[in-house]
Design a protein around this ligand. Structure first.
Ligand code: COA
Length: 260
């Protein structure tokens, strides 16, 4: 797939999407968001892709936020439309049905932090910085940050980040549960790759429905969430992979999953 602002690579079942505006620290302008929406849709239809890694081009940034040049010109109605459109793109990423890993190689600010939070998991290089600096610009997070951040790190820490606007280090992001791992910069992509491979070794439908249970369950009461869980538990019990996984365990051999 050819894009102007993204690099797309597919290898061994892993799609790597690299945000590629390094001179602007990979800031998310409308073109990037349109291309990302298309890329996510193509990935969702491509059965060869089992997992996705998202990262930023250049040494400095994963994504330094929404493009401030565009933000500066928006009218209230455009602002609302931009926010809703961005939320839709990140919702599509979160609900892709395939695991995605944000390999955060530098600044993940504003929309960059929001995008990383929409990925299934996050690995940071030790040089990464995370933050929601919107209030310093007179705006608030608009790509789901006010909703995903408290769900990931709790209300108090989320409000501290959103109201203070100051970035935090990768280590601090790890401490509060915003990222899953911190690794030296040179090990970032290999670590993301290893994590993707680890998940891909498991039954694809079980992985998909486990993500659905968590993502949708968080929007429901615990009772309703558990009912959803039971229904999906019943659904995976109909799969060939359930038969294979349980049989392989009993026969003391590795399972061979087919995603059916
Ligand atoms: N939107 C548009 N352009 C951006 C950008 C953004 N969010 N973030 C960085 N850039 C551009 C800069 O304007 C600069 O462009 P120029 O060379 O044409 O002037 C280029 O990227 C490099 O950024 P610069 O600020 O010179 O790098 P730095 O190392 O001094 O600072 C940051 C890095 C991330 C601290 C700083 O760029 C920054 O604060 N960016 C904005 C972060 C933000 O508020 N994001 C949330 C937006 S809602």
């Amino acid at each position: 797939m050819d894009y102007q602002t993204l690099l797309y690579k597919k290898s061994e079942g892993i799609a790597t999407v690299t945000f590629n505006r390094p001179a602007k620290l990979n800031a998310l302008n409308r073109k990037v968001m349109d291309e990302l929406a298309d890329c996510i849709e193509q990935i969702s239809k491509d059965d060869e892709v089992k997992a996705v890694i998202l990262t930023g081009a250049g040494e400095k940034a994963f994504i330094a936020g929404a493009d401030v040049n565009e933000l500066a010109l928006q009218t209230p109605v455009q602002g609302k439309d931009t926010s809703l459109a961005g939320q839709r793109v990140l919702d599509a990423l979160e609900n892709l049905g395939k695991p995605s890993i944000a390999a955060v190689n530098g600044y993940a600010l504003g929309g960059g932090c929001e995008l990383a939070m929409a990925a299934t998991l996050r690995i940071a290089s030790d040089a990464a910085r995370f933050g929601q600096p919107e209030v310093k610009l007179g705006i608030i997070p608009g790509y789901g940050g006010t909703q995903r951040l408290p769900r990931l790190v709790g209300k108090g820490r989320a409000l501290e980040l959103i109201l203070g606007g100051e970035p935090i280090t990768a280590q601090e992001a790890y401490r509060i549960g915003l990222v899953n791992q911190v690794v030296p910069a040179a090990e970032l992509i290999p670590a993301a790759w290893a994590l993707a491979k680890k998940i891909m070794a498991n039954a694809p439908l079980a992985v998909r429905f486990a993500m659905e249970a968590v993502n949708h369950g968080l929007e429901l009461s615990q009772q309703e969430g558990q009912f959803l869980e039971a229904t999906l538990f019943g659904l995976v019990a109909t799969t060939e992979d359930m038969k294979e996984g349980t049989r392989a365990f009993l026969e003391k051999r590795p399972a061979k999953f087919v995603g059916k």
